[in-house]
Structure formats: structure tokens, C-alpha cells
Design a binder for this molecule. Structure first.
Ligand SMILES: Cc1ncc(C[n+]2csc(CCOP(=O)(O)OP(=O)(O)O)c2C)c(N)n1
Length: 333
């Protein structure tokens, strides 16, 4: 048992899975990036590269019966919550073997059996869905929780105020996780967002935290407290995680943007604060993992990603005739 500077009682059994999950998200998305640029993927992808510590630090505390909602940048949340890389990649490839039978694609990956209520192409829509999921928990009187991941751009939608209001008023077991990655599409957050986002939630007098979103232990600590509180009936909490999107808003952006919207020096500076590299350094420094163990982990993840990519590529294309069957839960004649 080790206790680090953040007062986190950390065992190897807790820490190594955090690295493993971050690596899995990263390597899957690096493969998606390569396949996209090779012209293989049928649609666009918004990658989560650079933000992995947020999804992983939060989801490490969640059970399958807890629910999450995600955004258009949803692959990291899907995998961190226990979704299958094979089923997700096949979905992104538009294949029948995909998690939504190839009907949803990158922006709609969902697996209700894992509590993943879905990525969502509508900015901020997950907030209201999570509020409903958290209300459902109170109806069945369980200790489940519901987590909404959303961006700093989404924080400017009115639905944030509406859901903060209802979640606070009804003391719902909901955790708001705002991933401030410093951009809304191609607009730096500072040009479209007034004040500090976390202060908006403070007005509701719920527990709020502003954390370094590139530090998986900082996220893990804040999320652990919020989730435990919600499970015990303590109501909603808000976490603003400060992070950085290392890839473009979407992989295709260089093909249509006429000018750069950020300096490459800024990207490089944040690359130097890569959450995975930082955590590897921490684990080595604390004597928790050595080089050989890190390499073994990388090899294990590489094999999973290769298998998932081959599975996705080899699958049958989606069947358009299924559209009505998969759209409606119970279709009436
Ligand atoms: C309701 C709605 N408005 C606008 C858009 C177009 N749009 C897609 S992503 C995006 C930016 C979202 O920024 P943020 O919430 O910070 O997420 P990030 O892309 O940084 O992860 C916008 C405006 C949309 N999809 N939905």
C-alpha cells in the first residue's frame, strides 16, 4: 500500500488497471486515426486522444449497473466503461457485428448492458438523459449512480442549468463531469465561454471540484468522492476536469480548414503533459511498474487492438433493411 501526495491510498491492483485502460483507449484511437487517414473508415471520427485520464479516472469507480452518457467524442468513455473494443471498432466501420449493428457509427456507440447509454452527436444532450437515468435510480431505490460526460462547449447550452436545477432539487445521484479541453470545435474556449464553468455549478451549492484532467489520480480521487457521496444519497456533484485535445476536432479537419486555429507550439507543450506518459513516469518513479512490465502491457494492448481492427475490417457491411428493427424497441403494426 502506498499513499501519494494526493492522499490516495494506492495499491498496484488499483493503479495498473488505470494505465491499462488509458493505453487501450489511446491505442484503439491511434488505429482509428491511421485507418481514417488511409481512407478506410466510412465516416468521420472525433478522437479523445489526450483526454484519457478523465474517462478512465471516473469509470474506474463504476459498475455495469451504473450509467454514463457521452458526447460526439465518445470512444474513450465507451471503452473505459467496459465496452468491447471489437464491437466498437466494428460499429465505427459500419459493420453488422458492430455494437449497434453498424447503424450508429462513431457518434452513437452504446451498450446498455454495460450502462453505456450512448455517445451523442447533439452537444449537451447527454446531460438531460443522465438526469432521467439518475431519477430512475431514485424510483428503484438502489445505490446506482449516473454520470454525464460533456465538453466545455456543451456547458454553454441551457440544458446544463436545467439539469443542475432538477438534479439538485431532487437530490439525484448524478455526477456532472465537464471535460474542458480548451476548444469548442475550432473556437478556443476563452473566446466563447465566460468565467469558470465550475462556478456555474457552485451557484447550486452542490459539491464541486476543479481538477487537473491530465492527472488520472486527481480525477480518480475527485470522482471517487463524488460517486461514493451519490451512492449514499448525498446527491449530485460537479467536476470540471482541465485537459487538452491533442488531435483535431475531427480527423478530417486539415482537409477543409483554411487556416490553423491553434499554434503547434501550444500542442507540443500539452504533448509534454500527456496523461499516459505522466502516469507511466509516476508508476516507474514509485517503483510500482518497471520498464519490462510496461512493455508487456503495451504488447497485450497491441494484440487486443490488432484483433479488434481485423474483426472490424472483416465484418459484413450493415444491413439497411434492419433500420426499423433497430430504431424502435417494440414496433407496432
Ligand atoms: C446542439 C448542437 N449544436 C452544435 C453542434 C455542432 N458541434 C459539434 S461538436 C461542437 C463543439 C462541442 O464542443 P465541446 O462541448 O467543448 O466538446 P469537444 O468537441 O471539445 O469535445 C459543436 C458546436 C452540435 N453537434 N449540436
Amino acid at each position: 500500500m502506498k499513499t501519494d501526495a494526493r492522499n490516495f491510498a494506492a495499491t498496484k491492483e488499483v493503479l495498473v488497471p488505470l494505465l491499462r485502460q488509458m493505453l487501450l483507449v489511446r491505442r484503439v484511437e491511434e488505429r482509428l486515426s491511421a485507418d481514417f487517414h488511409a481512407g478506410k473508415l466510412p465516416g468521420g471520427v472525433h478522437l479523445y486522444i489526450g483526454q484519457e485520464a478523465v474517462a478512465v479516472g471516473v469509470c474506474a469507480h463504476l459498475r455495469d449497473s451504473d450509467t454514463i452518457t457521452s458526447t460526439h467524442r465518445g470512444h474513450g468513455h465507451f471503452i473505459a466503461k467496459g465496452g468491447s473494443p471489437r464491437a466498437m471498432m466494428a460499429e465505427i466501420w459500419g459493420k453488422r457485428s458492430g455494437i449497434c449493428r453498424g447503424m450508429g457509427g462513431s457518434m452513437h456507440v452504446a451498450d446498455v448492458s454495460k450502462g453505456i447509454l450512448g455517445a451523442n452527436g447533439i452537444v449537451a444532450a447527454g446531460l438531460a438523459i443522465t438526469c432521467g437515468a439518475a431519477y430512475a435510480v431514485t424510483l428503484d431505490r438502489s445505490d446506482r449512480v449516473a454520470v454525464a460526460f460533456f465538453g466545455d462547449g456543451a456547458a454553454n447550452q441551457g440544458t446544463l442549468m436545467e439539469t443542475l436545477n432538477v438534479a439538485t432539487l431532487w437530490n439525484l445521484p448524478m455526477i456532472f463531469v465537464c471535460e474542458n479541453n480548451r476548444f469548442s470545435e475550432f473556437s478556443p474556449t476563452s473566446t466563447v465561454t465566460a468565467g469558470d464553468i465550475v462556478d456555474r455549478a457552485r451557484a447550486f451549492k452542490i459539491p464541486c471540484a476543479s481538477v487537473d484532467g491530465n492527472d488520472v489520480l486527481a480525477v480518480h480521487g475527485a470522482a471517487g468522492a463524488a460517486i461514493e457521496r451519490a451512492r449514499k444519497g448525498g446527491g449530485p456533484s460537479f467536476i470540471e476536469a482541465h485537459t487538452y485535445r491533442l488531435h483535431g476536432h475531427l480527423e478530417a479537419e486539415k482537409s477543409f480548414l483554411k487556416s490553423a486555429y491553434r499554434e503547434s507550439a501550444e500542442v507540443e507543450e500539452w504533448r509534454g503533459r500527456d496523461p499516459i506518459a505522466l502516469f507511466k513516469t509516476y508508476l516507474r518513479g514509485e517503483g510500482i511498474l518497471d520498464e519490462r512490465e510496461v512493455d508487456a502491457l503495451e504488447r497485450e494492448i497491441a494484440a487486443i487492438v490488432e484483433d479488434a481492427a481485423q474483426f472490424a475490417e472483416a465484418g459484413e457491411p450493415a444491413d439497411p433493411n434492419l433500420v426499423f428493427e433497430v430504431m424502435f424497441h417494440e414496433q407496432r403494426a
